[in-house]
Each structure stands twice: as structure tokens, then as C-alpha cells.
Ligand binder design. Structure first.
Ligand code: COI
Length: 366
């Protein structure tokens, strides 16, 4: 897409911010005042606008409800010590969104408009960004089919939204994780790498069963023999050995996490031997028994870095007490500082939103 991008802004009459305790946030409940919306009609994205967040009437025959053409992203915005707003790796999130779109037979959203929409919306909502270092403004882009039609085929029309939410930590305690040996999240050749609604729906029942046994989450495995590790569903997973760090390689059945990618970069930069490979759960058990497997943590935009305190595989429990969480805590601190502009952004991962709203107002006035 070339030329000026026009985004119409209709402001909310009254902000809801006074109703929300920004010092005491959970994850996913509080939305800011506005959302970005675009329509895909007649083969192109159009009507770029920001409007007050509201419920939207949909036809019960909408293809998204029936056959699952629905994709999303999750990214975060924070403020640096100067009060400027920073987006973390928005280019990667935009690319991943469009990868999900292609797999689900949905139209890609133009990258340039996507980035501009993010900057303008977040700049408009920046007073919602919480200050706490474990909190952030979570950004949720979403695309859904819009045709009321019950044929199993790609929709011709779509809606694209960006919502923003002030959030606290997704997990506020260390996790007990059950290695799943009955149900499967995704297979190679399927849609495991796409951020599509069905992947999350499929995870709910097995996760609920694990929760009834006192676990927080499940660790998904490759279907054959349930031997090789995939991911947690809400996050990717890392295993810290005394001399190396392992994380499952991206097979197409695993979400290519942007926090995962950042961690691999940082750890290698710090001189660690990080290996992306097929991780055999039996090797993990043996390494644990030898005392070589010392730390386990999950990574994700929402989860950031979440420590695992217990990992159960069949009848074997592996425990990782807090005094062993050395690398994960150091990493979490560094990643948080990087996102908040408190250390040099040596990887050029943050993008400022400064001025985005003013530029747009001038462009719209012209
Ligand atoms: C994210 O990390 O942004 C996700 O979308 C995961 C979801 C469980 C909240």
C-alpha cells in the first residue's frame, strides 16, 4: 500500500480510566476506551478508523463462529523513563499475523497500515499504560470472517480490530505443569504455528482436566509416543541444563514465539549454548536425575518469563525450587528493562509511537 494512510478518529465522550485500578491489574479484563477497526470488502482493506470500544452486532451465520476463520496477535507497549511509548518488536508480530492469515485462507493486512494503526491507537491510549514493571499495555489485533454463509469456504468479507488492555502478569505464581500424554494440541502440517482461535479452544478441555489434578498448565507433546516436547499453549518452553539451554525447534506444530526468539538471541549474546532441537522428555528426566537439568521456564508475550516449579511426566515429578531460578530471573529482568527503555536497545527491538497522533491529525486535516 502506498500514499497517505487515512485513519478516521472518533473519540469516546468520556474515558473509563477512572473506573480502573491501574496499580492492581489482572490479565485480560480491562479494555481501554478505543479500538481500531478496518473492513475487508470487494477484495481490499478499507475504512481505517478508531472508534470508541463497543460491542458489535454480528450475524449468527457468520463464518467465523462456525468454521473458525479467526486469527489474532498479542504484543505489548510500555513507557521509557522519559515517558515515551515503546512497542516491542511490532514488525515481527505483524509478519506473524499475516503468516497466520495465509494459513487460515484470510487476507493479509497491509504491514504499513498495521504499524501506523498500532502507533496511533497506542499513542491515543497511552495514559492507560501502567507504570509497574510487571504490567504493560497489551495489544490484541484480531481478524475474523464476516460473511453470513454456512458453506465451508473462505469468507469474502472480514473485520480487523486492534484492542488495547492494561494488564498485569498473565501468571502471578510459579507453575505446576503436567506433561500431556493423552491429548494433542497440534501436528506437523496442521495449524499449530498459527495464532488461530481453534488452537486455544482445543487446549481447554485437557487443561481443565490437568487443573482438576492441581496443575496450572499442560506441556503439549508430539503425538508419536508423546516423547518429544512442543509447547505449553500459552507459551513456549525452555529447559536450562548446567552447560546448555534447550528449546524445541520450530516444527510447524509450535507457535514461533517472539519472546522465544528474543530469549534465544539474548542468551547466545551472553555466551550461552542455546540449542533448538527435538527435546526428548526421557532425556530431560535422565538429566534431572543426574542433577544437570536445573531450571525450566515458559516464555510468551503475555507470560513474559514464567518459572516452572514442578513438571510431571507420567509418575515422575521434577522440582525446580526458587533458589535455582538464576538464569530465568536474570533474563526476565533484562527483557523487562529492554522493553521499558531502561537499558540500551542494542538489538533495535523497540519502536517509539511518539508523534504518531499529531502526524495523523495533520494528514487528516490536509
Ligand atoms: C500472548 O502471549 O500474547 C498470547 O496470545 C497468549 C495468550 C494465552 C494470552
Amino acid at each position: 500500500m502506498s500514499g497517505e494512510i487515512f485513519i478516521d478518529i472518533q473519540r469516546a465522550e468520556k474515558s473509563r480510566i477512572d473506573e480502573v485500578d491501574l496499580q492492581n491489574l489482572s490479565f485480560g479484563k480491562e479494555f481501554t476506551d478505543h479500538m481500531f477497526v478496518a473492513d475487508y470488502v470487494d477484495g481490499k482493506w478499507q475504512n481505517f478508523r478508531i472508534e470508541p470500544l463497543r460491542a458489535i452486532p454480528t450475524h449468527p451465520g457468520n463464518l467465523a463462529w462456525h468454521y473458525g476463520q479467526s486469527i489474532f496477535e498479542g504484543m505489548k507497549a510500555t513507557k521509557n523513563p522519559q515517558g515515551e511509548v515503546l512497542l516491542f518488536r511490532p514488525d515481527m508480530h505483524i509478519k506473524r499475523f499475516n503468516t497466520s492469515a495465509r494459513r487460515m485462507c484470510m487476507p493479509e493486512f497491509p504491514e504499513e497500515v498495521f504499524l501506523k494503526a498500532l502507533k496511533v491507537l497506542v499513542e491515543l491510549e497511552k495514559h492507560w499504560i501502567p507504570n509497574d514493571k510487571d504490567a504493560a499495555l497489551y495489544i490484541r489485533p484480531l481478524m475474523i470472517a464476516w460473511d453470513p454463509h454456512l458453506g465451508v469456504k473462505p469468507s469474502q468479507s472480514y473485520k480487523f480490530f486492534i484492542m488495547t488492555l492494561p494488564v498485569g502478569p498473565y501468571y502471578n505464581k510459579p507453575l505446576n505443569i503436567l506433561v500431556q500424554t493423552q491429548y494433542i494440541r497440534a501436528v506437523e502440517g496442521g495449524v499449530g504455528f498459527a495464532k488461530t482461535a481453534g488452537n486455544y479452544a482445543a487446549s481447554l478441555y485437557p487443561t481443565q482436566l490437568a487443573q482438576q489434578q492441581g496443575f496450572d498448565q499442560v506441556l503439549w507433546m508430539e503425538p508419536k509416543d508423546f516423547r518429544f516436547v512442543q509447547e505449553v499453549g500459552t507459551m513456549n518452553i525452555f529447559f536450562v541444563f548446567k552447560d546448555r539451554i534447550l528449546t524445541p525447534r520450530l516444527t510447524g506444530a509450535i507457535l514461533p514465539g517472539i519472546t522465544r526468539d528474543s530469549i534465544i538471541h539474548i542468551l547466545r549474546d551472553w555466551g550461552h549454548d542455546v540449542r533448538e532441537e527435538k527435546v526428548d522428555i526421557l532425556d530431560l528426566v535422565r538429566a534431572y536425575e543426574r542433577g544437570d537439568f536445573v531450571e525450566c521456564f515458559g516464555s510468551g508475550t503475555a507470560a513474559v518469563i514464567a518459572n516452572v516449579q514442578k513438571l510431571r511426566y507420567r509418575d515422575i515429578d521434577m522440582f525446580f525450587p526458587p533458589d535455582q531460578w538464576q538464569l530465568s530471573l536474570k533474563l526476565k529482568d533484562y527483557l523487562t528493562q529492554l522493553k521499558r527503555g531502561e537499558v540500551d536497545d542494542k538489538y533495535h527491538w523497540t519502536v517509539k509511537t511518539t508523534g504518531a497522533l499529531n502526524q495523523l491529525v495533520h494528514a487528516n486535516d490536509a
